[in-house]
Design a protein around this ligand. Structure first.
Ligand code: Z5A
Ligand code: MG
Length: 208
């Protein structure tokens, strides 16, 4: 059985990650499944959802960081099983969001290395597409509703993502500038990249 490929769409807030994940999964049909992080349906995911949506629900930055990571660990075996069964798994956010959003808070001791540690051992994507933008996405539907959706913090997150990429090297990561591109234009740009990884012969799964 040829294993499925692990494909991650990461990026800055409101850059169209979920929209394109759906496009990719629809295009791949029965051969692919979509997993979104945070997965707000699990017990841990429900706590994360409460933290993001209820401004009165306070947690130490370290605790919420570890919950986001625990949420990924909850699904590790399920993802691995699907890959082994030949299914492609498309991830909507993952480890890089985990590290960047927490490290961007600038809390003493919570540097990139500390933030990355609990995710070591998770499956590493065969392809990561990182959506970046030079224009502001705050006008896009829904911006500002959740805890982290503040322009100044998002700026901090953008810088931190690129610092994370300096520290966590990955030759299978590609930055896609989505500024001023329509949904169809972005999809046309990523389609051949997805096609290439799906048709690539790869060995066993790899890990962070
Ligand atoms: N977080 C964390 O701190 N630690 C972690 O470990 C993880 C996450 C995994 C919630 O994530 C928060 O959790 C997030 C990071 C943090 N905080 N912030 N900020 P989430 O994934 O649930 O966030 P979200 O609410 O889904 O927002 P998003 O993912 O940033 O949005 P998006 O998926 O990139 O965009 P979208 O939903 O596809 O599109 C947004 C709107 O724009 C929608 O109306 C689209 O129709 C429209 N759109 C999309 N593409 C285009 C183009 N090309 N042109 C015009 N309009 C477009
Ligand atoms: Mg999304």
């Amino acid at each position: 059985m040829v294993r499925g490929k692990l494909i991650l769409i990461e990026g800055l807030d409101r850059t169209g990650k979920s929209t394109q994940c759906e496009n990719v999964v629809n295009a791949l049909g029965n051969d692919a499944v979509l997993i979104k992080f945070p997965d707000r349906t699990t017990k841990i995911g429900q706590l994360i959802n409460q933290y993001l949506t209820d401004k009165d629900f306070e947690l130490p930055a370290q605790s919420i960081h570890l919950l986001f990571s625990a949420n990924r660990w909850e699904l590790k075996e399920e993802i691995h099983s699907m890959l082994k069964a030949g299914k492609h798994v498309v991830l909507d956010r993952y480890v890089y969001s985990g590290v960047a959003y927490s490290a961007a808070k600038g809390i003493q001791g919570m540097d990139i290395s500390w933030c990355f540690n609990p995710d070591k051992g998770l499956l590493k994507p065969d392809l990561t597409l990182f959506f970046s933008n030079s224009s502001n996405m705050r006008d896009r539907e829904g911006f500002g509703e959740e805890r982290y959706e503040k322009v100044e913090f998002q700026r901090q997150v953008r810088d931190t993502f690129f610092n994370v990429f300096d520290q966590i090297k990955d030759s299978n990561r590609i930055v896609i500038d989505v500024s001023d591109k329509s949904i169809d234009e972005v999809f046309s740009e990523i389609k051949p990249l997805i096609h290439d990884v799906i048709n690539k012969e790869l060995g066993e799964c790899v890990y962070f």
